[in-house]
Write a protein that binds this ligand. Structure first.
Ligand code: LLP
Length: 445
C-alpha cells in the first residue's frame, strides 16, 4: 500500500488523470508530466511557438460537428463564427457540412476568403452597417436576420436581388444564465418583442417590401444555457407566433432558427448541456406545437458556437513568478485578461493544470493571475496546483477554444497569442502571434 492509497487527496494530486469533460478528445497526460493534444507534446509546442499559445484539437472540433449532425438529423447546424474564426476554422466547418452564423462584414469576409459559400451564411447583428451589408451582398449571404424596424427599408433598398430574411424575435424567456449572457428576455437590445407588438409590426413591414422574402423567425436565448426546458418554452412561443402570422397573413413561414447558447463545462463541478437530450426533446416539442397549431413543421436551425470549439482549445502559459501573500498564493503567468477576459467579464471559472514535469507533491489552491496592470486580471481563483509550482513551469488551461482568441485584445500593447491546430502529431499555425510591428502598423505617428 502506498501513501497515495492511504491519503485519497494525495492520490488525486499525484495521478496523471485529466479531469473528465474539460479536455479535448485527444488530450493525454503521462505519468512523467507530459501533456499531449493531437499527438503533440504541449511543452514542445510552447518551445516552438512561445507562450501563451492556444492549441486547437482539430479532431475534437470535427467530432463535435459530427455529434451535432447525428443528434439533430435534418436540422441545419450553423456554427456561430464569433466563438472563433479564421480561414482554417471556416474550412474545417465547411468540410463538416455546417452552415455559418456571421455577424459582421469582417466575419463574412474571413469565411468567404476560405471559400465558405455565402449561401450557407446567416447574418445576424443588432447593428449592421452599410459596409457590413455591402460585403454580405457581394458574398451572396443566404439569409439576413432583421433585428430592428429601422433595418427594413435600407436593406430593401440595398439588395441587388430578392433577399431571404428572418426576423429576430424576443421570446420573453429567461435562460437562467449570467446577466451578461442573457438575450431572450424583454428589455434588452436584441430583436423584436412579441409582447410589445414590435415583432408583428416588423412582419407587416417586411411583407410590404417585395425586395425581401420573409422565410422565417429566429431567436437566441443567451449563452451558457444548460436547461433544455427553456429551449422548449422559447420554441413553443415561436411556434405560437408563427401561427399568429399564418392567421393574420395567410402564410406559413418555412424556417425556424432557435439560436445557440448551448452550455459547456469549464470546471470539473460544471455541466455541459446534454446534446443527445436536446436532440430528442426540442425538435419533437416543436413538431408537437406545430401540430397543435395546425402548421407544417418548419426547417429548424441551431447555432452552436461555444459547444463546437470551446473544449478543443487548450491555452499554454509559462509561470513568471510565485508570490506567497498573507492569505493567498499568486501564480503569475505571461498572459492574462488580454487573451482571456472571460473571468473578469462573466466571473467565469477555469481549471488549470501544471505539466512538463512529474507531480511528486500534493496540490494546494492558488490564484492564477495575468501580466496586466489590473488587479482584476485573474485567470483562475482556487486553482489546484502542486506545492512546488515555480517560475518557468508550464500551465495548461482547458476549454479555451471559444471566445478567447475572438475576444482577445492588445491591452498594454501586448500582441495576441498564436492559435495552432494540432492533429496526428503535427502542429499547424491557424493564426500567428501578433507582433509589435503589427501593433505599430495602426499607429499613425
Ligand atoms: N447565435 C447568436 C445570434 C448569438 O448571438 C450567439 C452568441 C450564438 C448563436 C452562439 O452562442 P454560443 O453557442 O457560442 O453560446 N462572449 C461571451 C459569449 C457571447 C455570445 C454572443 N452570442 C462568452 O465568452 O461567454
Amino acid at each position: 500500500m502506498t501513501l497515495a492509497d492511504l491519503i485519497p487527496s494525495l492520490r488525486t494530486s499525484l495521478s496523471s488523470r485529466l479531469a473528465p469533460g474539460l479536455w479535448p478528445e485527444t488530450a493525454r497526460a503521462t505519468c512523467d508530466g507530459q501533456l499531449l493534444v493531437g499527438g503533440v507534446d504541449l511543452a514542445q509546442l510552447a518551445a516552438q511557438f512561445g507562450t501563451p499559445v492556444l492549441a486547437i484539437d482539430a479532431t475534437d472540433v470535427r467530432s463535435r460537428c459530427r455529434a451535432y449532425r447525428e443528434s439533430l438529423p435534418g436540422v441545419e447546424i450553423a456554427y456561430a463564427a464569433k466563438a472563433f474564426l479564421c480561414r482554417a476554422m471556416a474550412r474545417l466547418v465547411d468540410q463538416e457540412g455546417l452552415a455559418m452564423d456571421v455577424c459582421s462584414g469582417g466575419e463574412v469576409a474571413v469565411a468567404a476568403a476560405a471559400g465558405f459559400p455565402g449561401a450557407r451564411m446567416v447574418m445576424h447583428g443588432n447593428v449592421k452597417t452599410t459596409e457590413d451589408l455591402k460585403t454580405a451582398m457581394a458574398t451572396g449571404v443566404g439569409r439576413i436576420v432583421i433585428d430592428s424596424l429601422e433595418e427594413i427599408a435600407p436593406l430593401a433598398a440595398l439588395v441587388p436581388t430578392r433577399q431571404q430574411v428572418l426576423l429576430r424575435v424576443v421570446p420573453g424567456v429567461d435562460a437562467g444564465t449570467h446577466a451578461g449572457l442573457t438575450t431572450g428576455t424583454e428589455d434588452q437590445k436584441f430583436g423584436l418583442s412579441i409582447a410589445t407588438g414590435a415583432a408583428a409590426e416588423a412582419v407587416r413591414g417586411v411583407l410590404a417590401r417585395p425586395e425581401l422574402e420573409l422565410v422565417g423567425l429566429h431567436c437566441h436565448l443567451g449563452s451558457q444555457v444548460r436547461s433544455i426546458s427553456r429551449y422548449v418554452e422559447a420554441s413553443e412561443r415561436m411556434v405560437a407566433f408563427l401561427a399568429e402570422i399564418a392567421r393574420e397573413h395567410g402564410i406559413e413561414l418555412p424556417q425556424l432558427d432557435i439560436g445557440g447558447g448551448h452550455g459547456v463545462a469549464y470546471a470539473p463541478e460544471e455541466e455541459s448541456m446534454d446534446l443527445a437530450a436536446f436532440g430528442r426533446t426540442v425538435p419533437a416539442a416543436i413538431a408537437e406545437a406545430c401540430q397543435w397549431h395546425g402548421l407544417r413543421m418548419p426547417r429548424l436551425t441551431v447555432e452552436p458556437g461555444r459547444a463546437l470549439i470551446a473544449r478543443a482549445g487548450v491555452t499554454v502559459y509559462r509561470v513568471a513568478a510565485v508570490k506567497h501573500g498573507v492569505r493567498r498564493t499568486f501564480v503569475a503567468v505571461d498572459g492574462g485578461m488580454s487573451d482571456n477576459p472571460r473571468p473578469a467579464l462573466y466571473g467565469a471559472r477555469y481549471h488549470v493544470r501544471r505539466f512538463g514535469r512529474p507531480e511528486r507533491v500534493p496540490s494546494r489552491p492558488v490564484t492564477v493571475v495575468g501580466r496586466h496592470c489590473e488587479s482584476s486580471d485573474v485567470l483562475a481563483e482556487e486553482a489546484m496546483l502542486p506545492e512546488d509550482i515555480a517560475a518557468g513551469d508550464l500551465l495548461a488551461v482547458p476549454c479555451s477554444g471559444a471566445y478567447h482568441s475572438s475576444l482577445s485584445s492588445t491591452y498594454n500593447q501586448i500582441g495576441r497569442p498564436p492559435v495552432v491546430a494540432v492533429a496526428s502529431g503535427a502542429a499547424v499555425p491557424m493564426l500567428r502571434r501578433e507582433t509589435l510591428e503589427d501593433l505599430m502598423l495602426r499607429d499613425a505617428g
